[in-house]
Write a protein that binds this ligand. Structure first.
Ligand SMILES: [Zn+2]
Length: 213
């Protein structure tokens, strides 16, 4: 399927991508983000962790890697045309979809008021027969979906956000799930694939010298 309006949108959308790690947006859905930015939609990122465990090098400190990965993520976002990038600074590998994290995601949703939310599919335990999905990807998907409904749009959830932070309830129109094992939309992204690869290559700390990941 490669029709012009695969999304069925007739107006510009505000799209918020909330995923676990710096590099997840580009690996999971970089071509789609390139398409959305290129067709005039506003795309923003929120990454839950700093990605500070994304190394096998015992000499790399978590603090140093976090700084490197934030810069890499900003570079990739710039290349794709993303409007802003923010980090909630949870520790890589330690995401658990609890109420505190849901509150933090609701804050981000209510602040940006997106029409479209992009999350990762929390049901994806085994992406292939030979791979286990990173637990942060599942936890992030769970907490973001739970934040989207009903918490973000219901005034009974976190009334202090309305009172103290001027963040009124906001209802998301659509949730799009990336990194799913059960796709219900197949789109030919050939036109945006080179752009996705370019963006992935901004994450230099995550790519081996031979170009593998
Ligand atoms: Zn990841």
């Amino acid at each position: 399927m490669n029709s012009e309006n695969i999304e069925g949108w007739n107006e510009k959308q505000k799209i918020l991508v909330v995923l676990a790690h710096p590099d997840d947006p580009e690996f999971f859905c970089g071509a789609m983000i390139a398409r959305w930015c290129g067709t005039g939609h506003e795309v923003r990122y929120c990454l839950l962790t700093q990605g500070q465990k994304g190394t096998q090098d015992p000499d790399m400190s978590p603090e140093k890697l976090a700084i490197i990965r934030k810069v890499e993520q900003q570079n990739a976002a710039n290349l794709l045309g993303v409007a802003s990038v923010e980090f909630l600074d949870y520790v890589d590998g330690e995401l658990f979809p609890d109420n505190q994290m849901r509150l933090e995601v609701v804050k981000v949703i209510r602040r940006w008021q997106p029409t479209i939310l992009v999350a990762s599919d929390p049901r994806n335990l085994f992406p292939t027969d030979r791979r286990i999905n990173h637990p942060d990807h599942r936890a992030a998907g769970q907490v973001v979906i739970d934040a989207a409904f009903p918490a973000a749009g219901n005034p009974s959830f976190y009334p202090e956000l309305v009172k103290n932070d001027h963040l009124p309830p906001h209802t998301i129109r659509e949730v799009w799930l990336s990194a799913t094992a059960q796709p219900n939309l197949i789109v030919d992204m050939t036109a945006y694939f080179d752009r996705k690869l370019e963006a992935i290559h901004c994450h230099r700390s995550q790519i081996n010298e031979d170009g593998s990941v």
